[in-house]
Design a protein. Structure first.
Lengths: 270, 335
């Protein structure tokens, strides 16, 4: 019998620190997901159809009868639309992971000596890039229906960064849902109620002051409202720092809680 | 002991009430091929998933390449390749992109990834399709790419979980050729299969698994020998004739009447001699068969022989922790 050795590593291996590998692996997976996105660009189109319909509906159907003191309604609305767009966009993270799971890709990844966080981090990073593209499209749509930035370019960039961070945070929530359900349809169905409770019971489209007591109390203290407040302040001016801080705190807290939960779920996923 | 590439002792795994793996011992010497043969739900996939660090066992120990799969999973991952039941490749990526991705994720140096991907595409007959999205590939091409992806980092130990299930005969043959070459190059291979023919073609040793337990073990020849190597089936005009034929043919081999009531199946050792004897015996008894076939034993025959029950499909605990599916597996085990 031939004597075979089982080297832990061979000379074809790259050497890097643990954190270095976690980043490199996440980028490799993100790259893979972005190639997928570029091969199926129709998913981007479908991602924009729904928010565009909301823009048209609220701008032209309901908007005329909604009075928001201190705002043109289209300016008030677009901040909500942007946050709604990234929040709904995060569903794609759950769907994508559920598909990877059902097609056996996750199984393969788990048999490789890659960072345990990479499949999830790569997916959420790729979805952040996807969100950026959709936001740019939505800003363009906003300009076409009369939306204007009342601060400056920095305000706009800050607002985009805040939306992306919030979308990234929500992606981790959806990652947990996607891995737990294990198939794309179920992931979508499971995330919709959560989305509705977050996006519609918020100040995205209307002010919370007309809502009944308990609903209002919830609507004023939930992450979508915080994100919309931050984005709205960055785009329209007025007191900004506190609102941006609250939104940042929400987003970071969501990542801090849901990223470890999702990675733990990934380790056991089957 | 130490030159065993894979060593498993008293391995156990349950999903809820279902015992998927029940005290399995096995050893695969380096450079050899072990086939795990069994029907769906026998526990084959669960064993593979434990050995490839995807699943944790409840009891027992397993080492791969000398590394304990539970205590040192990352060391195991660097020296194994896994190709599973479904081709785990990304349909949106091209074949080349899939292999490069795995190259990056197995931490190969940039300079070796490109040439390695090209070499594998070439070797597995995928060079022409290398830059097409994988969703345009045939089932056989996807499986070959899946196998190639398992080999990017040149692992010395390979796990193949039902590599040809669902493939047409041609796809199956192509894949067998490729796997045969890997084995000739000294790869240690653990293979699960539902096909006796596949185990015979590829494996040095075969373990027959049923209900999470090893129920028989040996070289493919030994197993077939225990069965008698060939099965002759004779269809008669009616049940009475079949019964009469069965009685006469008992002198040639183990004979039984099949479910249709008029086909006699005969398990024999020496096919050529047996066919002559069957014909003479039937002729002497004045029985004319409608047809007579000579065939190799299948997994069903092995099972019938070893367990007394058929290797029916039972998509069970093998698939994982889903109670609904596992529940059906349990019924089968009790039947």
């Amino acid at each position: 019998m031939t004597v075979t050795t089982f080297p832990g590593e061979s000379d074809t291996l790259e050497h890097r620190s643990k954190v270095g590998w976690a980043i490199q692996d996440a980028l490799a997976v993100a790259h893979r997901n972005l190639i997928g996105l570029s091969r199926v660009p129709t998913t981007l189109v479908f991602s924009t159809i729904q928010p565009v319909i909301f823009v048209l509906m609220f701008r032209y159907v309901f908007g005329g009868s909604i009075e928001i003191p201190g705002y043109r309604y289209v300016d008030y609305l677009m901040a909500g639309i942007f946050v709604q767009t990234v929040t709904f966009g995060s569903i794609n993270t759950g769907i994508g992971l559920a598909e990877d799971l059902s097609k056996g890709l996750i199984e393969r990844f788990r048999s490789l000596a890659m960072a345990r966080s990479a499949v999830l981090a790569g997916r959420t990073i790729a979805d952040a890039v996807r969100n950026l593209i959709v936001i740019v499209l939505m800003i363009t749509v906003g300009f076409l229906v009369g939306f204007r930035v009342h601060t400056n370019v920095l305000g706009l960039l800050g607002a985009v960064a805040l939306m992306l961070l919030f979308g990234f945070a929500m992606s981790w929530v959806m990652a947990l849902i996607g891995l737990s359900t294990g198939n794309a349809e179920a992931a979508q169905a499971a995330s919709f109620p959560l989305m509705a409770v977050l996006v519609f019971a918020s100040n995205a489209f209307v002010q919370t002051r007309t809502m009944p007591g308990p609903l209002r109390a919830y609507a004023e203290h939930q992450p979508v409202t915080a994100a919309v407040d931050g984005v709205r302040a960055l785009l329209n001016g007025g007191p900004t720092a506190g609102k941006v801080f609250t939104s940042l705190a929400w987003s970071l807290a969501i990542v801090a809680v849901f990223a470890p939960l999702a990675v733990r779920r990934y380790r056991r996923a089957s | 002991m130490s030159d065993a590439a894979i060593q498993v002792q008293d391995l156990g795994k349950r999903f809820g009430d279902i015992v998927a793996v029940d005290g399995v011992n096995l050893e695969v010497p380096a450079g050899t091929v072990l086939g795990l043969l069994g029907p769906n739900g026998a526990g084959k996939t669960t064993i593979v998933r434990i050995l490839t660090t995807i699943l944790r066992s409840d009891s027992g120990t397993a080492t791969v390449g000398g590394h304990d799969v539970a205590r040192n999973p990352d060391a195991v991952r660097t020296i194994i390749g896994l190709a599973g039941q479904y081709a785990a490749v990304d349909g949106n990526l091209t074949g080349r992109e899939n292999l490069r991705m795995v190259g990056r994720l197995t931490h190969q140096r940039k300079a070796v990834i490109g040439p390695r991907a090209d070499e594998l595409l070439d070797r597995f007959g995928l060079a022409d399709a290398a830059d097409r999205p994988v969703r345009t590939y045939s089932g056989g091409m996807r499986r070959r790419l899946d196998l190639a992806a398992a080999l990017v980092h040149k692992p010395p130990i390979l796990f193949l979980d039902e590599p040809t299930t669902g493939l047409d005969p041609r796809g199956r043959n192509d894949l067998w050729t490729v796997i045969g070459e890997l084995v000739a190059d000294g790869m240690t291979l653990l293979l699960t299969t539902q096909y006796l023919e596949e185990a015979e073609r590829l494996a040095n040793r075969v373990m027959v698994i049923d209900g999470g337990k090893v129920i028989a073990e040996g070289t493919p020849e030994e197993l077939k020998h225990r069965l008698g190597s060939t099965i002759i089936e004779v269809r008669l005009a009616d049940a009475a004739a079949a019964e009469r034929a069965r009685g006469r043919l008992e002198s040639v081999g183990t004979a039984e009447v099949l479910d249709d009531g008029r086909t006699v199946a005969l398990t024999v050792g020496d096919a050529g001699r047996a066919v002559l004897e069957v014909v003479r015996t039937l002729d002497a008894a004045g029985l004319t068969p409608e047809w007579l076939t000579v065939r190799e034993p299948t997994l069903d025959d092995v099972f019938l022989q070893l367990t007394g029950h058929k290797a029916e499909d039972a998509p069970a605990a093998d698939e994982g922790a889903e109670p609904a599916r596992a529940g059906r597996g349990r019924k089968r085990g009790a039947a």
